[in-house]
Ligand binder design. Sequence first.
Ligand SMILES: Cc1cc2nc3c(=O)[nH]c(=O)nc-3n(C[C@H](O)[C@H](O)[C@H](O)COP(=O)(O)O)c2cc1C
Length: 363
Amino acid sequence: MENNLFTPLRLGDYTLKNRVVMAPLTRMRANPSDLAPTDLNVEYYRQRSSAGLIVTEASQISPLGMGYPLTPGIYSPAQVAGWKKVTDAVHAEEGNIFIQLWHVGRVSHSSLHPEEGLPVAPSAVAAPGMTFTASFEQVPFETPRAITVDEIKQTIQDYRKAAENAKAAGFDGVELHAANGYLLHEFMHETSNQRTDEYGGSVENKARLVFEVLDELVDVLGAGKVGIRLSPFVYPYGEYDPESYEVYQYIIEKLNDYQLAYAHLVRYRQGEIEHVAEKEAALWKAFNGTIITADGFTPESGEEYVASGKADAIAYGRHFIANPDLPKRIRLKAELNPYDRDTFYGGAEKGYTDYPFLETQKA
Ligand SMILES: Cc1cc2nc3c(=O)[nH]c(=O)nc-3n(C[C@H](O)[C@H](O)[C@H](O)COP(=O)(O)O)c2cc1C
């Protein structure tokens, strides 16, 4: 029987060759001098061009949007030039590539952007737990500054500029990172958003910034080149607010009018959220466009999930780190290389561009 991951998929302005998506994966290997992608990063993405779609590692839209050492940006000419080499390499192999646009909000440290000072967030509430400084020292999160309305307007313009840069760098589109506890997600939770202006309080207000940003991205690129990532039941770096479910319901419903290329929905895996399975199924069902789902899929469970009609494509993260030719391995039911957590973040070739392809392994 045909494997459902290998039928073409219409996604916005594109037709993908398969439904095996490379998930966005922060690897912290940009050029230390300008945070531009390097030739090593070009090789890493080129190796993975057989994905139906590559979503790049999250890339900050401004210096203040950075949360970890050596993550790439998409706000300077040098960064655009570096990314252009990446997109050229992927396109030469007939791949599709979207860049994930990122502002980390409070999940940051002032040492990463000394000129901008403290991280910003909807409200001055520190994320629980520890983070890393620019010199990899482990410290508690700082209490962020509450972002002003003027700064919010500037941030929206930073996203717009990032979309223009993405276009100049030859990307097929952008994925708005509104998941995993970063800036846009912080607005959706009462625990991190205690604002009393038009960006806090009501469900509509908590979702306002996401749509203000999307309006700019769509204006620059067209809806068929814009996707969004949400993680309705996963809120790392913060205290989960069960009431946020209503915000996601509102967002999904409103997204239906936007006709975006796709929604990338991170599924629930662990934690204590009441009726989570039903809630997740209801949200996924409420979205009327193309759905990519991620988190913890194996080749088999991914195929089953697509066959069941719950999603159109599966994003693989850790398996794509260790298997540059993952689609081929899935299609041939070949063994997967195991991934090495120690080399996920930072470093050079090791654990990055030296995982073997099937052919070289057999030879
Ligand atoms: C090393 C690493 C880096 C990640 N970086 C990002 C990122 O930049 N943006 C994002 O949205 N998710 C990021 N994620 C989450 C992945 O996109 C994906 O959702 C997660 O790994 C679960 O999928 P998997 O079980 O197939 O690995 C990261 C995960 C890992 C393991």
